[in-house]
Write a protein that binds this ligand. Structure first.
Ligand SMILES: [Mg+2]
Ligand SMILES: [Zn+2]
Length: 191
């Protein structure tokens, strides 16, 4: 009998964890949203692995290097640690949209890699993001999905075009976390 894997929450970075800056290329410009560190701490205290999955085509475009990206992620982790939080993994797609890779969201390569590395039980896991491409990636993997639009106007259009729907929509990271904890604790499936 297979022993159950870890439950996880996959989280988009730009526009979800931090204020979206087009091609963020400097740790000094990394600005975390209120409630994110607190929410991530709650998730981990409740036994979830927390995994960042992020499209970073700025690397393929030559706008910044992987070393700079690493610096941004160090800053992110430092800010999380100040509040007793951290992440269990960071997976990024460095490719250009035209590269047709399998890891640029809404493709699922990043999530698949993390599932393998961290022994994730998809049935008990979730995806949080600010765009429909996050929801679509999560949906394809069978995750329950939380949409927290940063730009409602843009996301409304995306939702009209998309064949899938998020399981929950809200306006702050912390509310999304509270929903996940509520559903997780019920231990019955509404889906
Ligand atoms: Mg985003
Ligand atoms: Zn990729």
């Amino acid at each position: 009998m297979k022993i159950m894997g870890n439950k996880a929450v996959f989280i988009d970075r730009d526009g979800t964890i931090n204020v979206n800056v087009e091609y963020l290329d400097n740790p000094d410009d990394f600005q975390m949203y209120p409630g994110v560190a607190e929410g991530i701490k709650v998730l981990r205290d409740n036994g979830f692995k927390v995994i960042v999955v992020t499209n970073q085509s700025g690397i393929a475009r030559g706008y910044f290097t992987e070393k700079i990206l690493e610096g941004i992620h160090q800053k992110m982790r430092k800010e999380l640690m100040k509040k007793g939080a951290d992440v269990d993994g960071i997976y990024y797609c460095p490719h250009h949209p035209n590269d047709n890779c399998d890891c640029r969201k809404p493709n699922t390569g990043l999530i698949e890699k993390a599932v393998e590395d961290l022994d994730i039980d998809l049935q008990r896991s979730y995806m949080i993001g600010d765009r429909m491409l996050d929801v679509e990636a999560g949906y394809r993997m069978g995750l329950k999905t939380v949409l927290i639009p940063e730009n409602w106007e843009k996301v409304r259009d995306e939702m009209k075009m998309s064949p899938v729907k998020p399981d929950y929509i809200c306006d702050s990271f912390y509310k999304g976390v509270k929903w996940i904890i509520y559903i997780d604790k019920k231990k019955v499936s509404y889906f």
